[in-house]
Ligand binder design. Structure first.
Ligand code: 0X9
Ligand code: ZN
Length: 539
């Protein structure tokens, strides 16, 4: 995006290609500034400066991560004023390390009793996430299954997650709740909250009635670290403010150590601008060194393709992508000129219900600033699953760890509730048939039912990209099935007045031989019956 045409020429000319690198070379500190933006137009103008913006909830301001004097000069020339929230973000991080050590000691000596479900007292490293996921799968073999996403990250790391449900190995037709963390590397609490929810579900299944019901009727999938390369770097001292992935040169894999080179600190693709929905539109940059770089094409990055494949292979009826910070529950649309989603009523009520528990502000994403190519820009409009961005915390990407405990269980007016309660509400919405579609009927036990839909997703400039949603379930013993699915017509089609769309349902032998094909048209909140008699006769 770069400096927009509405800026004075002096500002445009003064913007060097890589201000972050310039600041680092000059040994300048990274600061957190609260920039005054009294009007929506000011906000838009600030967005067009291509600075490192934080999502900020307050009226009349946007927080900016400023890399030294050149960023400040850019702001000043554009006529902005600000107050400094943090004059040395990396120094603040060293303070946080000290506070975390004290917190861990206080828990150990039982001066503080409340801890997270896992008992963690400090931020995980990448290896901790992966070993915790493996241990949970081992400890709860019938309920938790370790999954490895389709592609490795740019630096060759696996991306792992956990499927959690009763009889997790059974291909059951249950609706799916997907929770993710760490699209953005520096947003450490987003991964912690995601994995802690997994501990909570597994530890309390069978004793907590709500959790037992959730795991009986849905499958919860968690992916705590979507961007492992970025996160791994951000957990290394001196790289705490890393946000994006490790794409150093478009179309090329980074060489060993390249992502950590100080001259490459501005480079990378923003995973939350790389999804195909409206890709390349407002609120996303064309510059590889911008913190909101969209990438050379939609889904150019393995980290986002992983989530595309995961969502396409499951009936994800609810999705939460966790970020920090600003205490927000955000729903589409992501840019201001877009119409309300066709699901605004149900979307708002679910968002508001969750926000009542974590005491965040529930609103449409664009109400702070425009974005395109974000996770739900693709997932919601393509699948109909209700996706939300949660922005945790008041004023920091990764505050002292004790804050994460408060985020999870609530504090002050939300004590005992917090995001735990919000996540449970999301999971309960996942199993609520009024919020998705249900196909029921008879079929031969052991047959594979496949729901498939192929279409194209349009980017901002009109490029059409192929998408295939394809999920399966097995007809259980007894010969009647229930298939929970997203509505057959996509929200983007409803919004564009494009008529109805259908799922193709096939009934197959486990070998893949198709015995019956049906076209299923079903709306949100509706159910249809499909008795697969031809399949039963031939099976
Ligand atoms: O900019 C982002 O990707 C998200 N904020 S963050 O500070 N975690 O980077 C917010 C995306 C939400 N969408 C819009 N604000 N339109
Ligand atoms: Zn984020």
């Amino acid at each position: 995006m770069g400096a927009g045409s509405q800026l004075p020429a002096a500002v445009q000319a003064s913007a060097p290609p890589d201000r972050k690198l310039e600041a680092a070379e000059a040994g300048e500190l990274i600061q957190l500034l609260r920039v005054n933006t009294p009007t929506q137009a000011d906000r838009k103008r600030l967005t067009s400066l291509d600075l490192d913006l934080a999502e900020s909830a307050g009226p009349g301001f946007v927080d900016v991560v400023a890399y030294g004097s050149s960023d400040q000069r850019l702001l000043r020339l554009a006529g902005f004023t600000w107050k400094t929230l943090e004059d040395d973000l990396e120094g603040a991080d060293r303070e946080r390390e000290k506070a975390d050590a004290e917190y861990a000691q206080a828990v150990k000596s039982r001066k503080i009793l409340a801890t997270l479900p896992s008992g963690r007292t400090s931020y995980r490293q990448l290896a901790d996430f992966n070993s915790n996921l493996a241990s949970l799968a081992q400890q709860y073999p019938t309920k938790a299954k370790l999954i490895t996403l389709k592609e490795k990250s740019l630096e060759g790391r696996t991306v792992q997650g956990l499927e959690i449900s009763h009889d997790v190995a059974t291909s059951s037709g249950k609706p799916v709740f997907l929770m993710m963390g760490l699209h953005h590397a520096r947003e450490w609490p987003s991964g912690e909250l995601t994995i802690e929810f997994a501990y909570d579900l597994l530890q309390n299944d069978g004793t907590n009635a709500r959790i037992t019901n959730i795991l009986a009727k849905s499958k919860v999938i968690i992916v705590p670290v979507v961007n492992p390369d970025g996160f791994n770097l951000s957990r290394t001292l001196g790289y705490e403010m890393k946000r994006k992935n490790c794409r150093i040169t478009n179309g090329q894999l980074p060489t060993a150590g390249q992502c950590a080179q100080s001259s490459n600190q501005s480079r990378g693709v923003d995973p939350n601008r790389n999804y195909s929905g409206f890709w390349g539109g407002p609120g996303a940059s064309t510059s590889l060194t911008s913190e909101t770089y969209r990438g050379p094409g939609a889904f150019s990055e393995p980290e986002t393709r992983n989530i595309q494949s995961l969502v396409s292979a499951h009936q994800v009826t609810t999705l939460i992508t966790n970020h920090t910070y600003s205490n927000l529950v955000l729903r589409p649309p992501g840019y201001a000129s877009a119409a309300n989603t066709p699901d605004e009523t149900v979307y708002k009520s679910l968002g508001d219900q969750m926000a009542a528990q974590n005491a965040y502000t529930s609103q449409k994403s664009y109400q702070l600033y425009d974005t395109t190519g974000t996770t739900e820009d693709w997932s919601y409009y393509a699948t109909g699953g209700l996706g939300f961005t949660f922005e945790h915390g008041a004023s920091s990407f990764h505050p002292a760890f004790s804050n994460v405990v408060n985020y999870y269980f609530g504090s002050g007016s939300t004590a005992g509730k917090g995001n735990r309660e919000a996540y449970l509400i999301a999971a309960e919405s996942t199993i609520n048939p009024a919020r998705h579609s249900v196909i029921t009927g008879s079929g031969p036990a052991g047959a594979v039912l496949r729901l498939k839909k192929s279409f194209t997703t349009k980017t901002w400039n009109g490029t059409l990209l192929p998408d295939v949603l394809e999920t399966t379930m097995t007809v259980p013993a007894g010969g009647s099935y229930t298939y929970h699915a997203n509505p057959s017509t996509r929200p983007i089609t409803i919004q564009n007045g494009g008529g109805t769309e259908s799922w193709t349902l096939t009934c197959e032998r486990p070998t893949g031989q198709v015995l019956e094909t049906r076209s299923i048209t079903v709306a949100r909140g509706a159910g249809v019956t499909a008795n697969l008699t031809a399949c039963a006769a031939a099976f």
